[in-house]
Design a protein around this ligand. Structure first.
Ligand SMILES: [Ca+2]
Ligand SMILES: [Ca+2]
Length: 205
């Protein structure tokens, strides 16, 4: 919840007598009931309460959802459509998981699932098979054409955050193939255990 604090310039207890602070309100100097604020970006969308105060006291409004209209695409557009009314702004972050289904908002965006409703589809499936070249691990990941998202595949012998190495198609026996609906990542099995994961990156972040 964000709080938009407005200070009123005179101390009258009657709202009809109030004058807005011209610095805060972008040049308004009369007691008009409408507040206009410029320089809004999609990052400002969310839930607000407005607190108006002067020397006579203060009053706080009901929760107000601010929606930023206009051409907003990619994750920001999806966030406005699905997460504009979450009580906490942090719940709309790409890394947040407000429905606690183990999928971040970015993954929900990627998979076109509901970020406020737990769902457990879209889980990668892996298997190991014996080939002429030795043991090969293959993992199938759901895929969806999604504006502004790049998929990165990584492997590691351990789950620690530092150990992940990027996988490149055609290097060290790695193959990364894609269809309209999935990625198929395969690589030789080396060592007693190994992990493969897909990481999503938002363009420019
Ligand atoms: Ca989630
Ligand atoms: Ca979900």
């Amino acid at each position: 919840m964000n709080l938009l604090a407005i200070q009123v310039m005179n101390d009258s207890p009657s709202s009809s007598d109030l004058l807005c602070n011209v610095e805060l309100l972008g040049g308004r100097d009369t007691n008009v009931p409408t507040l206009a604020i410029g320089a809004i970006t999609s990052a400002d969308a969310g839930n607000y309460q407005v607190e108006v105060s002067n020397g006579a006291g203060s009053i706080v409004s009901e929760n107000v959802a601010v929606v930023v209209a206009g051409e907003v695409s990619g994750y920001d557009g999806w966030r406005l459509a699905h997460l504009a009314e979450t009580p906490n702004a942090t719940d709309a972050e790409p890394s947040a998981d407000p429905d606690r289904d183990g999928k971040s908002n970015l993954q929900e965006y990627y998979l076109d699932t509901d970020p406020l409703n737990p769902d457990f589809g879209g889980i990668p499936v892996g298997f190991v098979e014996q080939t002429e070249a030795g043991l090969v691990l293959t993992v199938r990941f759901p895929r969806r054409d999604t504006v502004g998202v790049e998929e990165v595949f990584e492997m590691s012998a351990e789950m620690s955050a530092e150990a992940w190495q990027p996988l490149t198609d055609g290097v060290d026996g790695v193959a990364i193939q894609q269809t309209a609906t999935e990625f198929v990542v395969s690589l030789p099995v080396v060592g007693a255990q190994g992990f493969v994961r897909q990481t999503l990156r938002l363009d420019g972040k």
